[in-house]
Design a protein around this ligand. Structure first.
Ligand SMILES: Nc1nc2c(ncn2[C@@H]2O[C@H](COP(=O)(O)OP(=O)(O)OP(=O)(O)O)[C@@H](O)[C@H]2O)c(=O)[nH]1
Length: 544
């Protein structure tokens, strides 16, 4: 456990009225298990501050300075690999009477408080590696961390992976697009405030963060610019004009900060010392004199808290309306599922009822007694009839008995069968060989018809799912699986029987049939017999 640090740069910052930020935090906690980053499920857009910037621009350093603690994985390489939702809550004791304690709590490890901030860092690393491995992979699955401390102001921020250009380690080749999409999903929401972090030692006018922010917030009404690394700018240059908003104007303005360098971290310079150093930097550097309200971490904390509070108050009425209508819709859906099933007996009866309804609906669909009869399209059994009567018959008729069989083929077959002798009549053997080849061509359309019938039965099975079944998603997917397996199993014997029928037709050419007058007629006869037998439909329905 760590003691409260005496230096509290934020202590003298007054809170504006009673904070609404914890209220939004609670809502975020409630909705986060849904994993609804894009709000597609709930449609609710909760206010939040998204921290964006190119890789190693200093985002994590800013967050640590705001908290006043070392707790994030940091370095020159990619460090933030999953979005970190950081809820800072000002609290004066640890909930069990001990004042001045700071602690962290993860969304995935509730009821476990971390008083050691090195353990917080290790947990963030472990959680990241659990999801994306050790080799620089990136994921959009959030890590949620609440930090309660007397030294923070109420702010909720989302630390996002840095924008990168070149894939390294296990990163896919489209890593830049992936990270940009992830960032976009946060900042495109009108309820998000964008904290665009840009390092002063790179070309500020071309900052990735400011460019992305501009795409979604062209008027700059919800973007705060943070300029880091003011201490390592090129000699003779400064960021004064930027901080004054003269280069890229932002309504919410800019804040310049000086965080710890990597060397400072390696030398164990504490954040308290770093904040004192930052204060000294702005005092000494005459170029930034007169800009005290735009310089330093304490100013950033104050500004963020004020903007977020105001922002939440602005969106609160709409949010309340959205929440109420969402609640009404969810309650309605809940009522449609019926009463809770307490006992095993009730559950059994319900299960039996659902299964009976399902099988009755299936039979009704196939037999043609369902309500679908009233619609304008063919469905169920009628559709199967159509497949057989129109599609199958047509495909059989399209098989030309003389296709691929020329007079020359017949002549050669006769000569080959009679050897040196002259043939007076068409010998039986070449006749049967040629006809069999033609009859075999009826197999494909017959098997295709079987596949159509199978697809139709699958469609019918889906159409039979009752409203009640939506309540039990597990039962629904199991029933779908079982029906699909059952139909799949029925396909095999049906295929076998179709093949047997064709084989039978090929095996015995019935030349005593009244319609028989020659070779091609044999194929015609096979066609009409297949049609008459309604082969595939009968077989698969027989199995069902
Ligand atoms: N000199 C100096 N170094 C800084 C400053 N801010 C950050 N750094 C250093 O820049 C490096 C990257 O900082 P991070 O805070 O990890 O950057 P990040 O944007 O969170 O990085 P990713 O999460 O990997 O994208 C670290 O070595 C920091 O010590 C600053 O204001 N001055």
């Amino acid at each position: 456990m760590r003691k409260k640090s005496n230096s509290n740069s934020n202590d003298d910052v007054p809170l504006i009225g009673s904070s609404v930020i914890p209220l939004i935090n609670k809502l975020q906690d409630i909705f986060s298990p849904l994993g609804d980053i894009d709000n597609r499920l709930t449609g609710l857009r909760l206010p939040q501050v998204a921290v964006i910037g190119s890789q190693s621009s200093g985002k994590s350093s800013v967050l640590e300075a705001l908290v006043g603690r070392d707790f994030l994985p940091r370095g020159c390489d990619i460090c933030t690999r999953r979005p970190l939702v950081l809820q800072l809550e000002k609290c004066c004791d640890d909930g069990i009477g001990n004042e001045s304690f700071e602690w962290g709590e993860f969304g995935h490890l509730q009821d476990k408080r971390f008083y050691d901030f090195d353990a917080v860092r290790r947990e963030i690393l472990a959680e990241t590696e659990k999801e994306v491995g050790v080799n620089k992979g990136v994921s959009d699955k959030q890590i949620r961390l609440k930090i309660c401390s007397p030294n923070v102001l109420n702010i909720t921020l989302v630390d996002l992976p840095g924008i990168t250009k070149v894939p390294v380690g296990d990163q896919p080749s489209d890593i830049e697009a992936r990270i940009r999409n992830m960032i976009m999903s946060y900042i495109k929401q009108e309820t998000s405030i964008i904290l665009a972090v840009s390092p002063a030692n790179a070309d500020l006018a071309n900052s990735d963060a400011l460019q992305m922010a501009k795409e979604v917030d062209p008027t700059g009404t919800r973007t705060i610019g943070v300029i880091t690394k003011l201490d390592i700018m090129d000699k003779g240059t400064d960021a004064r004009n930027f901080l004054l908003g003269k280069v890229i104007p932002l309504r919410l303005g800019y804040i310049g900060v000086v965080n710890r360098s990597q060397e400072d971290i390696n030398n164990n310079r504490s954040i308290r010392q770093a904040l004192a150093h930052e204060e000294q930097f702005f005092r000494d550097y005459h170029v930034y004199r007169g800009l005290s309200d735009r310089c330093g971490i304490p100013q950033l904390a104050k500004k963020l808290n004020q903007i977020l509070e105001q922002h939440i108050r602005n969106v609160l009425p709409t949010l309340k309306t959205d929440l109420t209508s969402h609640l009404v819709a969810v309650e309605k859906e809940l009522r449609s599922y019926g009463e809770a099933l307490e006992s095993k007996g009730e559950r059994g009866a319900m299960l039996l009822n659902i299964l009976t309804k399902y099988s009755e609906a299936f039979s009704a669909e196939v037999d043609g007694k369902s309500q679908a009869m009233t619609t304008k399209e063919l469905s169920g059994g009628a559709r199967i009839h159509h497949i057989f009567q129109s599609i199958f018959v047509k495909s059989l008729e399209e098989v030309d008995p003389c296709d691929d069989l020329s007079d020359e083929d017949i002549r050669i077959a006769i000569h080959n069968a009679t050897g040196p002798r002259n043939a007076l009549f068409v010998p039986e053997v070449p006749f049967e060989v040629l006809v069999r080849r033609q009859i075999a061509r009826l197999l494909d359309p017959s098997l295709q018809c079987l596949r159509f019938v199978y697809d139709e039965l699958i469609k019918i099975s889906r159409a039979c799912e009752s409203g009640e079944m939506r309540r039990f998603s597990e039962l629904r997917s199991r029933l779908e699986d079982v029906t699909a397996r059952f139909l799949r199993d029925s396909v095999k014997p049906a295929e076998r029987m179709i093949t047997n029928l064709i084989d039978m037709e090929m095996d015995y050419i019935n030349s005593s049939h009244p319609n028989f007058i020659g070779g091609t007629k044999a194929v015609d006869m096979a066609q009409s017999e297949l049609k008459a037998m309604q082969v595939p439909t009968t077989l698969i329905l027989f199995h069902v």
